[in-house]
Design a binder for this molecule. Structure first.
Ligand SMILES: [Zn+2]
Length: 300
């Protein structure tokens, strides 16, 4: 079963208030494959959705349409009896200014019913990608107008959908994990939403840990390389005239480095008699390296 199908299975189990049943059914019928006087239909890989769609149709036409299974294993519900389609469209489609029914969502009064409508629309036309691969949730809407109205409806929940056209379809979609979590929660997929939050938290934590480990490894490598260079410079100074030629401050630092070859500059700093900033310590190490290079040049 696809990830989207698993999410839809959870959505089908969400409880409806009595007032929401009509909105949920309207959402499914409006956002199915066809919603016109000639035919009202859906094609889905999920048998439970086909059953829910048939139940939604019964709410408006009084009897349950048949569910057909295709050879490829997809489920299809088609209502093409004109009396049935008229009965359904008369309830599902809102009347326009001229009194004629139009393919539109129209106003929905209550928040709970809006959420139920969106759930129905998602069951019929939505998909969501496995968050381990990508954050993506979308509705493939039957018309540009339905897409715009759905975007507005979901916008009332504070969730800003994006709208586009792809291959002749009107797509309304989300890419941000936070928005996807919010919408799944609104639609009633609490478990999926929580798991998504968990997976995002896990990813965030994992990325931070990786970044920190890489950062620290790089720092340690740099610090070891620097200590090695300083140690080598001080050996060169010893070789050509000894540490006695150094100023007392430089000599103190050189001796500390020879005694502690594996300490970082920051750790060496703490061993100094008089306090000094880290950049001061690094500056003195630079001087030692310069002196060693000059001595080396002289003795070539
Ligand atoms: Zn309601």
């Amino acid at each position: 079963m696809s990830y989207a199908s698993q999410v839809k299975t959870e959505l089908l189990q969400a409880e409806n208030d009595a007032c929401c049943e009509m909105s949920l059914s309207r959402g499914m019928l409006l956002f199915g494959r066809e919603c016109a006087p000639a035919a009202i239909s859906i094609l889905t890989e999920n048998g439970e959705i086909a059953a829910a769609y048939a139940k939604a149709a019964r709410l408006f036409c009084g009897h349950t349409p048949e569910i057909h299974v295709s050879e490829s294993g997809n489920f299809k519900v088609v209502i093409n009896d004109r009396a049935d389609t008229d009965a359904i469209l008369g309830e599902v489609l809102p009347a326009g200014m001229n009194g004629r029914r139009q393919l539109a969502i129209g106003p929905i009064d209550k928040d709970c019913c809006r959420a139920a409508f969106v759930r129905g629309a998602f069951l019929a036309s939505g998909t969501v990608t496995d968050p381990d691969k990508e954050y993506h949730l979308e509705f493939s809407c039957p018309s540009n107008r339905l897409a715009a109205e759905l975007k507005e409806l979901i916008g009332a929940f504070g969730i800003e959908m994006k709208q586009t056209r792809r291959g002749g379809a009107n797509i309304v979609y989300l890419k941000k994990s936070g928005d996807i979590e919010d919408l799944l929660l609104r639609m009633g997929a609490t478990e999926t939403s929580m798991m998504l939050m968990g997976s995002k938290m896990f990813k965030d934590v994992r990325n931070t840990v990786n970044r920190r480990v890489n950062f620290e490894n790089a720092n340690i490598a740099r610090s070891i390389a620097a200590a090695g260079k300083q140690y080598h410079a001080i050996e060169t100074i010893e070789k050509y005239g000894g540490l006695g030629q150094l100023t007392p401050e430089l000599r103190e630092l050189a001796e500390l480095r020879l005694e502690n070859p594996d300490l970082s500059a920051g750790e060496i700093r703490k061993l100094l008699k008089d306090p000094l900033t880290l950049s001061g310590v690094n500056h003195r190490f630079k001087k030692l390296i310069q002196i060693a290079e000059d001595l080396q040049d002289e003795h070539k």
